[in-house]
Design a protein around this ligand. Structure first.
Ligand code: ZN
Length: 173
């Protein structure tokens, strides 16, 4: 298969999503990133990170932003045959959007035990009552992508604890 010779590996694609996650972190957002890949398995249609704070938009998860950009690129609201790669298991909103976009393949890194809707908390994809099937691959660079999130939340908790301690300290100190 000559065409397959140009396909990017899931690891390579996840590295690109991870770059987006790091960009999110640098912007003060939760470090999660996503990219959409064309059916050829090589062309990157869009890449995005979380933008909920920057856009004051609760729906601006990296997956939604990446799906929107890819659809605009293709001038088509259906992304049939495309792959969505993201560093964290999509939530219910994003899993719903994946179905609406007819994404063929989802590759994600770390599971989200609190809000994941692709097997952890909910199983929105491949529900027996729904027609569209998504080929799901999980665990690609899971440790690296998960560590980025764990470190981020650890630092954030430490900062909140520090701020609280400073606020409750007597003025004479
Ligand atoms: Zn989401």
């Amino acid at each position: 298969m000559k065409a397959d010779a140009f396909r990017r590996s899931d690891d390579e694609l996840m590295r690109l999503a991870l770059d987006q996650a790091r960009a999110a972190e640098a912007a003060g957002e939760v470090p999660v990133g996503a990219i959409v890949v064309a059916p050829d398995g090589a062309t990157i249609l869009s890449h995005s990170n979380n933008r909920v704070i920057a856009d004051s938009d609760p729906t601006a998860h990296c997956e939604i932003v990446a799906l929107r950009e890819a659809a605009r690129t293709l001038h088509n609201y259906r992304l049939s045959g495309c792959t969505l790669v993201c560093t964290l298991e999509p939530c219910a909103m994003c899993a719903g959007a994946i179905l609406h976009a007819r994404i063929a393949r989802l590759v994600f890194a770390a599971r989200d035990p609190k809000a994941g809707a692709c097997g952890s908390v909910l199983s929105v994809l491949n529900h027996p009552s729904l027609n569209h099937r998504v080929d799901v691959v999980e665990g690609v660079l899971a440790e690296e992508c998960g560590a980025l999130l764990i470190d981020f939340f650890r630092r954030r908790r430490a900062k909140i604890a520090g701020d609280t301690a400073a606020a409750t300290r007597p003025a004479s100190e």
